[in-house]
Design a protein around this ligand. Structure first.
Ligand code: CP
Length: 336
C-alpha cells in the first residue's frame, strides 16, 4: 500500500481499514524503534476549548518523543476568550473570534490539534459537527480532532490498539454500555467507539436504558462499517442479553438523546439509573476473562465500581497509555 501524507485526522471513517492497520503498525514500529529526530523543528499547536488530562499530556509527550515541540492554548485562561458562534455580535466575554484566532494559531505551527466538545443544545447541529467544520475551513495546516461534538478518533485508534494487544478476536462480542453519571455527557466517545468496534469487525451491542439510544445517524454509520468488515451492530436495554458471551464491556456515560439539550428532562430520566454502575455481577454471563474498557476520566463507584477498576478486568490504564504511540503515528504520518 502506498503511504500518503495525511492532512487531516478527523474521523476514523475517513480512512480505509487497511490505512488504520497501517497506522497501528507504525505505532508499534515507533514504540519498538524510537525516532527521536523524526520531527525536529516541527511545531504542534494544541487548542483546548474543554479540559483534558490524557489528550493534552499524550500529544505533548508524543511530539517531544519525535523531536518536535508544542504550544498549548486554553482560550480564556491566559489568552483571549474565543467566540465560536457564527455571526455573533461580540458584546460578551470573548474578545476574539475563531475566524481570526484559528488562522493565527495555525500560522505558527505545522499541525494543529483542536478539542471542541458539543454545545449539547441541538442534536442536529452537533451531528453535523458544525463547529468543527468551521474550524476545518479556517485551518490551512494539517488538523487533528482531539474530540469534537460527535467524534474522538484518537481515543478510538488507541482503543483499537488495546483490543489488538489483548488479542481480542475480530469477531468477538463487544458491548458498549451506558453508565451512570450525575449529568449528561457528550456523545463523542460512544459514537467513535461503536464505529471503531464495527470497523474492526466485531459483533457490537449497544446496551443503554430507554431514552439513551444513540442517534440513528451514528448507528447507521456503524452498521455500514460493520457491513464492510464482516461485523454486526445491534442495540438493547436488556443487560443480561447484551452481556452474555461478551469479551469486552466498554462503559461510557452519555446524555439523553430523546430530550437532547434539556438538562432538566435528562436529570429526571437518569434519577432512577444509578444502578448502571458497572460491578462484578454484570460479568456473570460474559466470557470468564472479559475486559472492562473506559476512555477515562471515570467516576469511581458511580460509573464503574472500584472492585472492577482495581481488578484484572480493567484495561483502562493501557487504553490511556496507547494514546501516546497511536498519536505519535498520526503526527509522523502528517509531518515526517
Ligand atoms: N480520554 C480522554 O480523552 O481523556 P482526557 O479528556 O483526559 O483528554
Amino acid at each position: 500500500m502506498k503511504t500518503i501524507r495525511m492532512k487531516r485526522f478527523i474521523d476514523l471513517a475517513d480512512f480505509s481499514r487497511e490505512q488504520v492497520l497501517d497506522l497501528l503498525r507504525l505505532a508499534q514500529a515507533l514504540q519498538d524503534k524510537p525516532q527521536p529526530h523524526a520531527l525536529v523543528n516541527k511545531v504542534l499547536g494544541l487548542v483546548f476549548f474543554n479540559p483534558s488530562l490524557r489528550t493534552l499530556a499524550s500529544f505533548q509527550a508524543a511530539m517531544a518523543r519525535l523531536g518536535g515541540s508544542s504550544f498549548v492554548i486554553t482560550p480564556g485562561q491566559g489568552t483571549w476568550q474565543l467566540e465560536t458562534q457564527p455571526h455573533a455580535i461580540m458584546k460578551g466575554a470573548a474578545a476574539e473570534h475563531i475566524r481570526e484566532g484559528i488562522p493565527a494559531l495555525a500560522s505558527y505551527c505545522d499541525v494543529l490539534g483542536v478539542r471542541a466538545f458539543a454545545d449539547g443544545k441541538s442534536l442536529e447541529g452537533d451531528l453535523n459537527e458544525s463547529l468543527f467544520r468551521m474550524i476545518e475551513e479556517l485551518c490551512e495546516k494539517p488538523l487533528v480532532n482531539m474530540e469534537s461534538a460527535m467524534n474522538h478518533p484518537c481515543q478510538a485508534l488507541a482503543d483499537w490498539r488495546t483490543l489488538d494487544e489483548l488479542q481480542v478476536p475480530m469477531r468477538a462480542k463487544f458491548v458498549l454500555s451506558w453508565a451512570y453519571h450525575p449529568k449528561a455527557l457528550p456523545l463523542a466517545v460512544p459514537s467513535a467507539t461503536v464505529h471503531m468496534a464495527a470497523m474492526r469487525g466485531m459483533d457490537v451491542v449497544v446496551l443503554r436504558p430507554e431514552g439513551y439510544a444513540l442517534p440513528e445517524q451514528v448507528m447507521e454509520k456503524a452498521r455500514l462499517a460493520a457491513r464492510n468488515s464482516g461485523g454486526s451492530v445491534s442495540e438493547t436495554s436488556d443487560r443480561y442479553t447484551a452481556l452474555t458471551g461478551a469479551s469486552v464491556l466498554y462503559a461510557k456515560e452519555w446524555g439523553t438523546t430523546t430530550y437532547y439539550g434539556d438538562s432538566e428532562a435528562d436529570s429526571k430520566l437518569r434519577a432512577d439509573l444509578s444502578d448502571w454502575c458497572v460491578r462484578e455481577p454484570w460479568f456473570q454471563g460474559t466470557l470468564p476473562d472479559a475486559k472492562l474498557m473506559h476512555c477515562l476520566p471515570v467516576r469511581r463507584n458511580v460509573a464503574v465500581a472500584e472492585e472492577i477498576l482495581d481488578g484484572p478486568r480493567a484495561v483502562v490504564k493501557r487504553q490511556a497509555f496507547n494514546r501516546l504511540p497511536v498519536q505519535m503515528a498520526v503526527l509522523h504520518r502528517m509531518l515526517a
